[in-house]
Design a protein around this ligand. Structure first.
Ligand code: RIB
Length: 299
């Protein structure tokens, strides 16, 4: 039987400004180039999964504009099912304004049509797709009521859930209890836990508290340090291979995409995390969030 994944999330056009450094407040600097690239955490994760052999349906929204049409075409070209992506009149496709400097970036997202991804979009066909899925994946670039709604449906139907809590925001306990795998990066985990950490011991304590409070598997991604998780109360770290980093945009998305594909194969946690860390290390070797998503035969 085919293993299916449903991604409920954002679809953005990434407008990437590459520059030597960030401007200071009130300052004008000259950049090197501007690039228009497909993005959005939901779409990036869906593309990552499809390239790794996942059978993926995307639930989301774009505006009735050129960006929306080209982003839909990009999803289809990558083999992502777009039947449940609606086109909304009178609102722009989501935009991410990305400042890309050497080895890092910062992003402002203007959600546009992504904020039209609301529970009333979930008709019988979408509910059926969720019920038939092995894994449901969502993030926080769409309205929270939709995130809660689809997580609840997934749990009702016994579907494994992944929440990539990005961008970070406060989440109600009722929502947290619907999550099987939580995948914050370091900054997001500090915001969730309400504490910064500066050592592995502190990280372990915070992760232990979180896991026992919400009964979920926590995978904290740490950039060049890979990913941390707890196994029988012991902190495990999976380190990535050394690579030439070109662009870190979408690194977390490739991790989540790989994690979902691994879960459809029922891999044990060490294999899941190793696979996701390796996929992520490959993804950062190319420019652009979706450009870098590796195919299985590249790994
Ligand atoms: O995770 C990277 C993504 O965040 C970018 O593609 C951008 O669209 C923002 O959503």
């Amino acid at each position: 039987m085919e293993k299916k994944i449903v991604v409920v999330g954002s679809i953005n056009m990434d407008i990437v400004i590459s520059a030597g450094r960030l401007p200071k407040m009130g300052e004008t600097i000259l950049g090197e180039r501007v690039t228009y690239l497909p993005g959005g955490k939901g779409a990036n994760q869906a593309v990552a999964m499809a390239r790794l052999g996942g059978d993926v349906q995307m639930v989301g929204a774009v505006g009735n504009d050129e960006f929306g049409r080209s982003l839909l075409a990009q999803l289809k070209a990558n083999g992502v099912g777009t039947e449940f992506v609606k086109t909304v009149d009178g609102v722009q496709t989501g935009i991410a304004n990305i400042y890309s400097v050497e080895h890092d970036n910062c992003i402002t997202v203007v959600p546009g049509a992504n904020f039209a991804v609301t529970p009333d979009q979930v008709d019988g066909r979408i509910e059926q797709a969720i019920a038939n899925a092995d894994v449901l994946v969502t993030q926080l670039e769409i309205p929270l009521p939709m995130v809660a709604h689809v997580l609840k449906l997934a749990k009702q139907h016994g579907v494994t859930t992944i929440l990539n809590p990005a961008p970070a925001q406060n989440l109600p306990i009722e929502l947290l209890e619907l999550v099987d795998y939580m995948t914050p990066n370091e900054t997001e985990f500090e915001a969730m836990a309400g504490h910064a950490f500066s050592s592995r011991d502190q990280l372990k304590i915070l992760m232990g508290k979180w896991q026992s409070a919400y009964n979920q598997t926590l995978l904290v991604t740490l950039g060049e340090e890979g990913c941390a998780y707890l196994e029988d109360g012991i902190l495990k770290m999976i380190l990535p291979p050394k690579v030439e980093v070109v662009d870190t945009t979408g690194a977390g998305d490739s991790f989540n995409g790989a994690l979902a594909v691994g879960l459809t194969n029922s891999w044990p946690i060490t294999d899941l995390v190793s696979f996701a860390v390796n996929v992520s290390a490959k993804a950062v070797t190319k420019f652009g969030a979706q450009e870098g998503m590796p195919f299985l035969d590249e790994l």
